[in-house]
Design a protein. Structure first.
Length: 813
C-alpha cells in the first residue's frame, strides 16, 4: 500500500506525527546526520573544496531502512529540523537517495502539534541550497582547522589535544578570566552597618574604609558622641519590566542560574519536551511569538489575572506566521525564522505526573512562567530612601519599596507589603536617632570570580562565537577535552579584625574567614593553559574574537546568497597556512629539580622522575618512573620555578575505608612510584580512575566505545552512568556489582545505590529490583511493573523518587 513518507531527525517524533496526520502517512528518522567527512582527505581543496561523504558507521542499518521505506512511498516530505543542520540533513537525504532537490517537498514546523503539522504540510517549500551551503562551509572549515592544527598540538603540547574554530575562542574566554583573577587578588575594606530605630533596621554606610586604625577606628570613635539625624526623601516611581522571551541562549543562562542545569543538559531536556509536543523548537534566535499564540495567551491572562495584566494589547508585536504558500519563496536564516521558546499550549501549567523527571518538570515550569511573564505588564513600585547622617560627612542609607501594581510578578508571587516602607514614613523628619549598634566587617573588594556556564553562554553570544545552538556543545567540548572543569573553588583564609560599637564600648573581634569560595564554576586546568598559550603564540589572528565573529557573519552571508561558500573556506585555509609556516616547535616542560620534571603526558599532567641505576653504571640507562601530581598546579609558578617537589607530588593514599558486606579495602594507588617501561604515563592514569581495592584487586572506572564500565582484574561490567554520575561514583556504590561478578552473577542491569540495583530476570521472567542493606539478613526482590519510563536509561532521580513512593526506599539507603 502506497503512503506519504515523512523523514525526521529524531525517532521520538515519529509516533506523534503518524498519529496527528492519520492513516496513509508514515514517518521514519534519519537519527540526525547519517553521512560525515572522513578528515582532510575527504575535501578536495583544489576543486572548490568539493566534499566526499561517507556513511557513518553507526547509521548504515538505518540508511538501509530509509532506502526500503522510500521504495514503498507514494510521496516524500523532508521534515528535518528548521535550522542549518536540518536543512543540510534534508539535502543529504536528497543527494544520497536520489530525491530531486527542486521538487521534493520540504516542510518545517516548530512544535509537534496537530495544527502545526497540518499547516506545515499545506505550506510546504523546497530545499534552500544557500542554507545548505552555509552549513557545508561551517563543516569544511571546522575540519580544516581541527585537522590542520591538532597534529601540531600533538607534537608541541600533548597527544590527543585539539583546536577548534569556535572551541578555542570559547576556551580563550575562560583563559582570560583566569588571567584576570590572577591579576586581581582583591584588597581588604570595611563594610559598615548601623542599626537604628525600634525595629533595629540595618542602614548601610555609603563609604568603605580601608585602614583599620586611622580609618574605621577613628570613624567609630567619633560615632559615640555624633548626633545622627534621620530623614527620608520623596517617593519614587519604579518600573520593573517583564523578562524577555526565551531565545536559546537566554534559556540556557536562566536554566543554569535557576535550575543549576548545564547548557548541554538543558538542550537535552528541551529536546524531549519538544518531541513530546509540550514546547516549541528550542534552537532559535527569535524573541517574538506567533500572533495566534499571543491571542491564546491573552485570553488566559485575562481569565486568570485580568485584562489590565495583558501587555499584548498595546506593546506586543508578535512574529506573524504567513498564510502564503512558501514553496517558491526563499526562507530567512533558519534559526531567525523561529519563534521564541514557549509552551505549545499556555493552558498546560504543569506536566502530567509520573511521566517526566523532576528536571524536565522544572524546565517546563521555567519556560511556561517566563512565557507568561513576558506577555504581561510591568510591575510598578514606590521606592523610598531613608538616610541618617554619619561622622566625616558620610551617610547611612536604607532603601525599600512597596508594590503598587504587581504586573508580571504575580505569576510566581511577590511580596506586596513592606514593613519598613510604612514605618520609615511614620518617623519624624530631621529627628535625632541613637544607634543600637554599629558593625564594621572586613570584606574583599575587586575580587574577581570564575565564570559560570551561564556567564560563558552570555559572553559567547555577545562576542558572536558560534551560534546559540552550538553554545552547549562548545562548553561541553572544552570540559570533555580536560581543558576546563566545572568544580568548586576553595577560598582564601584571611585573618580579620572586625569591629562592633555597642553604646560607648568599641569591641575588636578577631577571626578568620574564607573569601572567594565558589560553587560549580568553570576552572581552567593546566592542559587548557598550555594549549591556549601555544595557540595564541602561533595562531592568535585565527582565534581572535573579531575574526571568529566575522566568520560567523560570513556564514550568514552565504545563507542569504551574498557569498560563495567555498571562497570563505579558501580564506580560512590561507589564514591557517600563514600561521603554520611560522609555527614555534617544541613541547614545553617544567623542571622541578635535577631529577624531576613536570610534563604533559598522554592522559594529563605527570611527574617524570629520572634516577641513576645503583651499582655499576657503565652502559646503563637512567631509570625513569612516573608519579602523579597534585591538581590545580599553577602553570605560571611552574614557569617561574617556584614549586618544590613536595608541593607538586601527589602522595599516594595507602589505606581506605572498609565497608560492611563484601570485603572492601581501599588504596587508590598501589605504591609510592609508578614505573612505566615504555616511558609514557603513570599506570594509575592509564588504567582509568581508581575506585579502591576489592578482594585484593584494584577496581577502575573506565569509559569505552559503548559507555562506562568497571574493570576488576580481568573482569569487566558495563554501567549506565551519566557524566555527572561517573564523576562522583565511589567504590561502595558498585559493591553489589563486584559481589555478583565474584560470585558468577552478571545479571545487574543498572546500579541505583550501594544497596539497590536493577537485575535481569531469568528466562521469561521480568526484570526486577534487588534491595539489601546492612541491617537485612535477606534481600528483597521487588517488581518494576508500574514504573513508567525506561528504567535502563532514565534520569536516576526519577528512579529514586519512584522507589521512595512505591516501596519507601530512600535515596540514602
Amino acid at each position: 500500500m502506497s503512503h506519504n513518507l515523512f523523514i525526521v531527525e529524531s525517532p521520538a517524533k515519529c509516533g506523534k506525527i503518524e498519529h496527528y496526520l492519520g492513516p496513509g502517512n508514515k514517518c521514519i528518522a534519519s537519527y540526525g546526520h547519517f553521512r560525515e567527512l572522513n578528515g582532510l582527505q575527504s575535501i578536495n581543496i583544489h576543486n572548490n573544496f568539493e566534499p566526499t561523504f561517507i556513511i557513518s558507521e553507526t547509521k548504515q542499518s538505518q540508511v538501509n531502512k530509509i532506502k526500503k521505506a522510500l521504495k514503498e512511498a507514494k510521496e516524500v516530505f523532508l521534515a528535518t529540523d528548521d535550522d542549518r543542520e536540518g536543512e543540510a540533513i534534508a539535502w543529504h537525504l536528497c543527494d544520497y537517495f536520489g530525491l530531486p532537490i527542486h521538487s521534493t517537498k520540504r516542510i518545517v514546523f516548530h512544535e509537534v502539534t496537530e495544527t502545526a503539522l497540518k499547516t506545515a504540510v499545506s505550506e510546504y517549500r523546497y530545499l534552500n541550497m544557500e542554507i545548505v551551503h552555509a552549513q557545508l562551509a561551517r563543516q569544511v572549515m571546522d575540519i580544516i582547522v581541527g585537522y590542520k592544527l591538532s597534529p601540531i598540538l600533538w607534537k608541541n603540547v600533548k597527544d590527543g589535544t585539539s583546536a577548534g574554530r569556535c572551541q578555542t575562542p570559547a576556551l580563550r574566554l575562560v583563559y582570560e578570566n583566569y588571567k584576570a583573577i590572577k591579576a586581581s587578588p582583591g584588597s581588604k575594606e570595611y563594610n559598615t552597618t548601623g542599626y537604628f530605630t525600634a525595629k533595629n533596621i540595618p542602614f548601610v554606610l555609603n563609604h568603605n574604609f580601608i585602614d583599620a586604625n586611622e580609618g574605621i577606628g577613628a570613624f567609630l570613635k567619633e560615632s559615640i558622641d555624633f548626633e545622627h539625624v534621620y530623614n527620608y526623601g520623596e517617593l519614587r516611581d519604579l518600573i520593573k519590566a517583564p523578562p524577555s522571551p526565551f531565545t536559546t541562549s537566554k534559556l540556557q543562562q536562566s536554566a543554569s542560574t535557576n535550575l543549576h542545569t548545564s547548557p548541554k543538559d538543558t538542550m537535552k531536556i528541551c529536546q524531549k519536551l519538544y518531541e513530546e509536543g509540550y514546547i516549541t523548537y528550542m534552537r532559535t534566535d527569535s524573541a517574538k511569538y506567533a500572533e495566534e499564540f499571543v491571542d491564546t495567551a491573552v485570553v488566559y491572562i485575562e481569565k486568570e489575572y485580568g485584562k489590565e495584566y495583558c501587555k499584548a494589547y498595546c506593546t506586543q508585536e508578535p512574529e506573524k506566521q504567513t498564510k502564503k504558500n512558501k514553496k517558491n519563496k526563499k526562507v530567512d536564516l533558519a534559526q531567525e525564522a523561529h519563534e521564541a521558546i514557549r509552551p505549545t499550549n499556555i493552558n498546560i501549567k504543569q506536566l502530567p505526573d509520573g511521566t517526566f523527571t523532576v528536571k524536565e518538570t522544572k524546565m517546563y515550569q521555567l519556560i511556561w512562567s517566563n512565557t507568561l511573564e513576558s506577555l504581561m505588564t510591568d510591575a510598578k513600585y514606590k521606592g523610598l530612601t531613608a538616610t541618617i547622617t554619619a561622622p566625616q560627612h558620610h551617610t547611612y542609607k536604607f532603601i525599600t519599596e512597596q508594590v503598587v501594581f504587581p504586573g508580571w510578578k504575580c505569576v510566581n508571587g511577590c511580596e506586596e507589603t513592606s514593613k519598613e516602607f510604612a514605618y520609615l514614613q511614620s518617623l519624624k523628619q530631621s529627628s535625632v536617632m541613637k544607634y543600637k549598634k554599629i558593625t564594621a566587617k572586613v570584606s574583599i573588594k575587586e575580587l574577581k570570580s570564575h565564570y559560570t556556564e551561564a556567564k560563558l553562554v552570555q559572553l559567547l553570544e555577545e562576542k558572536g562565537i558560534g551560534r546559540p545552538s552550538t553554545f552547549s556543545a562548545l562548553i561541553d567540548k572544552i570540559q570533555e577535552r580536560g581543558y576546563v572543569k566545572k568544580e568548586n573553588v576553595q577560598g582564601v583564609l584571611i585573618k580579620c579584625q572586625d569591629y562592633e560599637l555597642l553604646g560607648d564600648k568599641l569591641n575588636m573581634l578577631e577571626n578568620e574567614r574564607e573569601f572567594g569560595n565558589e560553587k560549580n564554576k568553570l576552572v581552567i586546568k593546566p592542559l587548557g593553559i598550555l594549549v591556549l598559550d601555544y595557540l595564541l603564540a602561533n595562531f592568535e589572528a585565527v582565534f581572535d574574537y573579531d575574526y571568529t565573529k566575522q566568520m560567523e557573519e560570513q556564514l550568514d552571508n552565504i545563507a542569504q546568497g551574498k557569498k560563495v561558500w567555498h571562497e570563505l573556506c579558501k580564506e580560512c585555509l590561507s589564514d591557517l597556512d600563514t600561521g603554520i609556516n611560522a609555527t614555534h616547535k617544541g613541547k614545553e616542560t617544567f623542571r622541578i629539580d635535577n631529577e624531576h620534571m613536570y610534563i604533559m603526558g598522554k592522559y594529563g599532567p605527570v611527574l617524570k622522575c629520572t634516577s641513576k641505576p645503583t651499582g655499576d653504571t657503565n652502559n646503563k640507562k637512567d631509570i625513569v618512573t612516573f608519579k602523579p601530581v597534585k591538581p590545580d598546579i599553577d602553570i605560571e609558578k611552574l614557569r617561574r620555578g617556584e614549586y618544590t617537589l613536595a608541593q607538586v607530588l601527589l602522595e599516594p593514599t595507602l589505606s581506605g575505608p572498609t565497608l560492611s558486606g563484601p570485603t572492601l579495602s581501599g588504596p587508590t594507588l598501589s605504591g609510592p612510584t609508578l614505573s612505566e617501561p615504555t616511558l609514557s604515563e603513570p599506570t594509575i592514569v592509564k588504567k582509568g580512575r581508581s575506585l579502591g581495592i576489592y578482594k585484593e584487586k584494584e577496581v577502575f572506572l573506565k569509559s569505552g566505545k559503548f559507555g562506562w564500565y568497571v574493570e576488576w582484574g580481568t573482569e569487566k561490567k558495563s554501567l549506565k552512568l551519566t557524566l555527572e554520575e561517573a564523576d562522583i561514583l565511589e567504590l561502595d556504590t558498585v559493591a553489589d556489582v563486584l559481589y555478583d561478578i565474584a560470585n558468577g552473577n552478571t545479571t545487574v542491569i543498572r546500579v541505583i545505590s550501594k544497596e539497590t540495583s536493577i537485575r535481569k530476570g531469568k528466562g521469561e521472567f521480568d526484570d526486577y529490583i534487588f534491595h539489601k542493606n546492612a541491617k537485612m539478613k535477606k534481600p528483597k526482590f521487588l517488581k518494576l511493573g508500574d514504573f513508567k519510563g525506561d528504567y535502563k536509561k532514565c534520569d536516576i532521580e526519577l528512579l529514586h523518587a519512584w522507589l521512595k513512593k512505591t516501596y519507601d526506599i530512600t535515596k540514602c539507603e
